[in-house]
Structure formats: C-alpha cells, structure tokens
Design a protein around this ligand. Structure first.
Ligand code: FAD
Length: 390
C-alpha cells in the first residue's frame, strides 16, 4: 500500500489550492451574506469559474468534454474547493455529480449529448429531486407520481430541499410510475427541463448555512414530459438514486473535510497571533490540544474518503458501506472541529466578520444531507449484522 499522492494528484492539489485561494475564497463571505438574487448571480459565476479549471468535468468522459479522472483526484480537488467555499462545492457537486453522474451511468447517448457538455462547461446547471416534504430518509415513501398518457408522462408532486433548484436548467425527478411494484421496480427517474409546462420552483429557503448555494422546492403540476425524458429504464429510478447517493456521500464527506481543514488553518494561525496572560494562546495546552484533535480528526476523515473513493473506483463490493463510514466520520468531525475553531477564536468566533462563524454554520449540513448520520449508521449496522450473522 502506498499513501503517496501521484505527481499528477500533487499538481491537482497545488493548482486547485492556488486558484481557489485567489478566486473563490474571497467571495465566500460575500456569497454568505448576499440577498438571494445576488447569490444566484455569484454562484453561477463561481460554477463557471470552477468549470474553467476543469472541476465539473473531472468525473466525466472525454467524449463530452470531461477528463475522466479517478475519484481520489476528485476528492483532492474537492477538498480545496470546499475549503475555499463550501457553497461553491455543494452547487458544483449537485450539478456535475448528483445530476451529471446518473446521466453518465444510465443516460442514453442523446441525453448525454444534450446535457453533459453544458454541465461540464458550467453553461448548464442541474439538480437532483428525490426528497419530498413527507419523505427524506424514507425515500421509498415518495408520493410524486408519473402516469403514462399516450407517448407522454404526466408528473405530479413536490420535491423539497433541492440544491440549485432556483438556478437549474434541468432537474432529475424521481416518481412512482407503479406503486404496486414498490421502490425496487416501480420508481422512474425523469429529466425535466426548466420552462416545461407544469414545472415550477418555489422561493428559496432561508438556511442556517450554505447560504451561497440556493435550495428550494420543485413543483410538478400535471407536468408533461416526453418518453425521451425517462432516464435509462422505466422502473429503475430507485436503484439509480441509491447508486448516485454513493457518490454523493463521498462528496458530502469531502465538503466536510474542506470545512474541517479550513477551520484548522484559521485556528492555528489565530492562536499563534492572539495573546492572553502574556503569551500566544497556542502555548496553553487546552488550546494546543484542540489543534491536535482537529488535525487527528481531519486526517482520519481524509484517509476514510480516499479509502471510500478507492473502493468505488475499483468496484469493491464494500464501497457503499465505506462511503457511509467516510460520511459519518467526516461530517461529525467537521461539526466538532468547527465548534473547536469557534472556541479558539473566543468572542471573535461568534462574529460574522470571522470565517469560522460561517464554517460552523455550514458544517452542520454534513450530518443531514445525502442521508443523515443516523441513516448511515443504520446502513453500516445492517451490513455488519448481515456479514457476521451466525
Ligand atoms: C441544504 C440541503 C440541501 C439538500 N439537497 C438535496 C438535493 O439536492 N436533493 C435531494 O433530493 N435532497 C436534498 N436534501 C434533503 C436531504 O437529503 C434530507 O433532508 C435528508 O435525507 C433527511 O431527510 P428529512 O429532512 O426528511 O429528515 P427525516 O427523514 O424526517 O429525519 C428526521 C430525523 O429522524 C431520523 N430518522 C429517520 N429515520 C430514521 C431511522 N430509520 N432510524 C434512525 N433515525 C431516523 C433522521 O436521522 C433525522 O434525525 C437537502 C437538504 C438540505 C438541508
């Protein structure tokens, strides 16, 4: 086993770090404080910038403009993006990952050609609509329906908490076409373009964190889409959603790692410069041990993310459970590390002018989005019990 990054991975790290520190990080606080219309404008510009340095094409095939890089390289770049601005990572990830990866895995050639080049260039934005007001963790209980009428499908339902909803040009929408068959064979995924009759978007939610990444509802009222809008096969939607979420969980773990690493950087610097009782506060063991814990927890998160990425890349049957393990650890580490960072900053950590305040609010989403910590533990425990059943 070799823990060294390859020369190519090292150069990805360096390039993304340089670019994001210069171009993206200075905009993170502005995005966080902006009003919604301004957020839409700024985040679209950030997505375009990230597309410009190849972030949105890293997981996609060259035929559509991507670079088809391995998942560890994507995590390396992703950590740098998230450290600079977690909202930018989330919106890019929802577009090229949650929207783009199902297209890559299950889309027809025509669907890939229609959407992927635009997604990779940051000229099109996508979103992923699974969660509903009455069904989040229990995704099999979604109520959105798809009814076949001639050669069209009629969609009805509401999707909630959808990242990018207000800026998206197209959405993936999961709906029951046959409730009797249950989630395994009765759910279908549809591609719905902005402007389709019967498709609208709510006002954005006023969120605690990730305020630079818009979140809203998708509303489908007798929304008519052609047969060509079906992603892959009718009845395969639930399996498609679950496979996509495996990538999503590695992505959410990565955004949490970026937040954690940035908190450590801020806390380390601040504790060197801030004096109390005649010496820098990092000379107090209570403070320096926090820094040590922050490093330990971030390093473990990074290793678990690389492990999950490697497992997914090599089609290891453990990949799903390893993605859950990485996500639980990295998200819970990020909430603890961001809390420690605020503590190291004392009163200043509680003031919006200081980035650790934003990082603390952003961190919490990691324990909720892409499947809560509780659901990840349910999945991990089920796997353990199955394996070690007497
Ligand atoms: C900012 C943001 C962005 C999001 N982006 C998207 C997106 O782009 N697309 C999308 O489809 N969704 C998105 N989501 C939705 C997200 O995936 C859900 O919020 C999440 O899966 C939890 O679902 P819920 O909110 O309905 O909570 P619930 O499922 O109602 O859970 C409430 C609580 O009950 C616990 N719980 C539920 N079931 C169990 C169980 N079996 N065992 C133990 N505990 C349990 C949960 O862990 C949680 O603590 C987003 C959410 C947020 C906040």
């Amino acid at each position: 086993m070799n823990y060294d990054l390859t020369p190519e991975q090292l150069s990805i790290k360096e390039n993304f770090s340089k670019f994001c520190t210069k171009e993206i990080e200075p905009r993170a606080q502005i995005l966080d404080k902006a009003e919604h219309k301004e957020v839409e404008k700024l985040i679209k510009e950030n997505i375009k910038m990230m597309a410009g340095i190849g972030f949105l094409g890293m997981g996609h095939d060259e035929a559509y403009g991507g670079t088809n890089l391995d998942l560890i390289s994507q995590a390396i770049a992703g950590e740098e993006v998230a450290a600079a601005c977690a909202s930018t990572f989330l919106s890019c990830g929802a577009s090229s990952g949650l929207f783009g990866m199902p297209l890559k895995m299950f889309g027809t050639e025509a669907q890939k050609k229609k959407y992927l080049p635009g997604i990779i260039k940051g000229e099109l934005i996508g979103c992923f609509g699974l969660t509903e007001p009455g069904a989040g963790s229990d995704a099999a209980s979604i109520k959105t329906t798809a009814v076949k009428k001639g050669d069209k499908w009629i969609l009805n339902g509401t999707k909630t908490f959808i990242t990018n909803a207000t800026i998206a040009d197209a959405a993936l929408v999961f709906a029951y076409n046959d409730k009797e068959k249950g989630p395994g064979a009765g759910v279908t995924c549809f591609l719905v373009d902005k402007g389709t009759k019967g498709f609208s978007v709510s006002k954005p939610f006023d969120k605690m964190g990730f305020r630079g990444s818009p979140t809203a509802e998708l509303i489908l009222e007798d929304c008519e889409v052609p047969e060509s809008a079906v992603l892959g096969q009718v009845g395969n939607g639930f399996i498609q959603a679950m496979q996509t979420l495996e990538y999503g969980r590695i992505g959410m773990a990565t955004v949490c790692l970026g937040i954690a690493a940035k908190c450590l950087q801020h806390a380390n610097k601040y504790s060197k410069e801030r004096n109390a009782f005649g010496k820098p506060i990092n000379r107090f063991q209570e403070v320096s041990f926090k820094l040590a814990d922050m490093m330990i927890m971030s390093d473990v998160a990074r290793l678990l993310i690389y492990q999950a990425s490697w497992a997914k890349e090599t089609k290891n049957p453990e990949s799903a459970v390893l993605a859950s393990v990485a996500k639980v650890w990295a998200s819970e580490a990020a909430t603890q590390i961001s809390s420690m960072a605020v503590q190291v900053f004392g009163g200043y950590g509680y003031i919006k002018e200081f980035p650790v305040e934003r990082l603390y609010r952003d961190a919490k989403l990691g324990e909720i989005g892409e499947g809560t910590s509780e659901i990840q533990r349910v999945l991990i425990a089920k796997d353990l019990i199955r394996k070690y059943a007497a």
